[in-house]
Design a binder for this molecule. Structure first.
Ligand code: PA5
Ligand code: MN
Length: 193
């Protein structure tokens, strides 16, 4: 499919007007993930149940802009992850691979402090990289990625990816990432699950 042209795009698709604190982009579609959407992904199941007993807190939101679906087109999303922990593990995203596996993605930190957990699908090699203002994290193709808020304020960031990328949640829904990011005396630490 050919890429989207200048003349075919509305102003809200050409110019993203976003609020990094509110996690909003004018005209974008919004997805919210609550604690109940993250059942089974945290290490400490009793801490998860205790948190659920208190309610179904909003953990993160993503607003996505999808100007077109052509081969050369890009999509992007503004994510905001709330601060908090389940046991020692920080609030985090579900995490995914791209359906079109070779699609890379660039994450740009806007505010707050967090980390990205990257996992090579073929080798299982895992890396933890900082994400916050001044950080751009390159997620190569074939790499599972999950983002965690390791600070005390909301973490906001933008991720830019090929329109063809898609989101594949299936792999980690069945086996989770190999590593987790936990608070170790005030410092984020990557440990084996
Ligand atoms: O496309 C991306 O990688 C991001 O915009 C994510 O969708 C966002 O960080 C939320 O994570 P997930 O899609 O794993 O729930
Ligand atoms: Mn992605």
């Amino acid at each position: 499919m050919s890429a989207t042209t200048l003349g075919s795009l509305d102003l809200n698709l050409l110019l993203g007007r976003f609020d990094a604190q509110k996690g909003t982009i004018l005209g974008a579609s919004r997805t919210e993930r609550r604690l109940s959407d993250l059942d089974g992904i945290f290490l400490d199941e009793s801490a998860y149940r205790a948190a659920r007993a208190l309610g179904d807190a909003l953990i993160y939101s993503v607003e996505a802009v999808e100007p077109g679906a052509g081969d050369g087109d890009l999509h992007y999303g503004l994510g905001v992850i709330q601060p908090g922990r389940i046991g020692q593990e920080y609030f985090m995203t579900k995490g995914h691979l791209h359906r079109w596996r070779q699609a890379a993605e660039l994450y740009i930190g806007l505010s707050g402090s967090g980390v990205m957990l990257l996992e090579d699908e073929a080798t299982g090699e895992s890396r933890m990289l900082p994400l916050g203002p001044g950080c751009a994290v390159y997620v190569p193709g074939h790499t599972g990625h999950r983002t965690a808020n390791t600070g005390t304020t909301p973490l906001s960031y933008i991720g830019v990816y090929p329109a063809r990328a898609g989101h594949d949640y299936g792999v980690y829904a069945s086996r989770n990432f190999r590593c987790a990011v936990v608070d170790d005396a005030g410092t984020p630490k990557m440990i084996k699950r």
